[in-house]
Design a protein. Structure first.
Length: 187
């Protein structure tokens, strides 16, 4: 039980600093001892109020052209992600999780050295939205989405507002979806 408390404290300290990555930290710490089907629902309930607070705090910086289409794409990807979470072997999911974390880190590193901006490239937005949705449905992780939103917002607070709005919409949907699929249990 202590590892869960430590994971939550570290994860939400990170969320307070940058507006995201709490799930990435939480899942990374707990992934050595627990299956994702047990981790994701707990983190979802813990993170839901934080997203609501960040949306409310930064509501004047919300841009519906950013958060609304990404929210819809995320929702479309969350359904297959949640179905995979419920029905795929836990070991396979951990391998996929590790590969995705490495790919996201490489993308963010390469972006630092690139002078090109892909913020308005519509097919990229669709691919990122759907892949992010699948990752959110599986792990609750929106790091790929965060990498994209950081490209299309002008300030740190604008980033936090829009990413939190997307996560709030997606979290609301995922709470309902996890309930329907039986992923939420009394345990």
């Amino acid at each position: 039980m202590y590892i869960w408390i430590i994971a939550a404290l570290v994860a939400f300290f990170i969320k307070g600093l940058c507006g995201f990555a709490n799930t990435l930290v939480f899942t990374s710490i707990l992934g050595f001892r627990a299956d994702n089907v047990n981790i994701s629902p707990v983190e979802l309930i813990l993170g839901y109020p934080a997203n609501l607070i960040l949306v409310w705090k930064n509501r004047k910086l919300l841009d519906h052209r950013i958060w609304l289409p990404l929210s819809l794409l995320l929702l479309a990807g969350s359904i297959p992600g949640a179905l995979l979470l419920k029905n795929v072997d836990a070991g396979a999911l951990k391998i996929v999780f590790g590969v995705m974390v490495i790919l996201i880190a490489l993308e963010m590193l390469l972006r630092e050295f690139s002078s090109k901006s892909f913020g308005d490239f519509k097919p990229l937005k669709v691919v990122i939205g759907l892949l992010s949705g699948i990752m959110c449905g599986l792990f609750g992780i929106g790091a790929l989405l965060a990498a994209y939103v950081s490209r299309v917002t002008d300030s740190g607070n604008g980033f936090k507002a829009n990413i939190s709005a997307v996560f709030f919409v997606e979290n609301t949907f995922r709470i309902i979806l996890y309930g329907i699929l039986g992923i939420f249990t009394l345990e």
